[in-house]
Design a protein around this ligand. Sequence first.
Ligand code: SAH
Length: 346
Amino acid sequence: MEIKKKDIRALTKEQLREFFVNEGDKAFRGNQVYEWLWSKGAHTFEDMTNISKETRQMLEDNFVINHIEVDTMQRSSDGTVKNAVKLHDGLIVESVLIPTETRTTACVSSQVGCSLDCKFCATSRLKRMRNLNPDEIYDQVVAIDRESKLYFNRPLSNIVFMGMGEPLMNYNNVIKAIDKITSPEGLGMSPKRIVVSTSGVPKMIKKMADDAVKFNLAVSLHSAIDEVRTSIMPFNETFPLKDLKEALEYWYKKTERKITYEYVVWDGINDSMKDIEALVKFCKYVPCKVNIIEYNPIDDGAFQQASNTTIDNYIAELERNRIVVNVRRSRGKDIDAACGQLANKT
Ligand code: SAH
């Protein structure tokens, strides 16, 4: 019977060191292998040239090195690049590279499919198949960093967890991936350039605050009225706005970092003065800014982006209340790479 080999990249550096000590070798060997796996991105044990042949064979007998593979890559007319990424078990997730004048941002996935069922989001139709492992999240970033250097002559500058999945429902693996991304042995990126976007799981927002994470938090709000929010994000029934508010207050008290609210304005759904007033009120609970995002239609037409006049009303009212508001234009629409369009269509 063949023994199922373990993915060596699931081990921490400490676990690798221990493994070598148990094998009668030096703990230091663990550091060397760890460096091959993470800083040098080795795909095979053969690549590890400063490790003896016998040791490489022993690793080969015990472990596999799982790596993602960019299955297809599409480039949008606006420069956006979308990768369909194949995982070791054949499942596919998507990640996107978004270039602007000053930065290149990777939008990465945290789950295959999604456990939530936001009515306006294409990913919700896939249901959640499984969580991504830390190395699968990390590898998406590495792949995008490589493409950024190749196409734009500069390394990746920012990362947003706004691809497929709800990052706070795969919290441990997302944290482990971010640890690798920010560690000098990984990509050495600053956590200040990372945004984790959530639909708002109050308990996990508090946990992040307790864990003193150093990255930024964005919340997909879309409505500050419970009935409206529940109708488009059914998950709000379980985690209503008062719990979200309480968790965000806790977050701010502990981290003193502003929150970004993501907000789409739809015709007939959240376009009344009452909706605007509710948002203004919600924004006063904790220091924040609002990103109004353009709606990216997902085929059935039930949701329509509100008129510019409505959006201008939102902006005016927020600004009148001294709340910072940005309007985010959509990117990569022609290749289904924009927010909420990731659904493995390629
Ligand atoms: N689950 C996380 C991250 C994934 S979605 C979250 O909910 O935040 C990233 C952002 O895109 C969220 O703000 C989400 O509400 C928004 N989004 C989803 N579908 C969209 C669509 N069709 N058009 C525009 N934005 C959308």
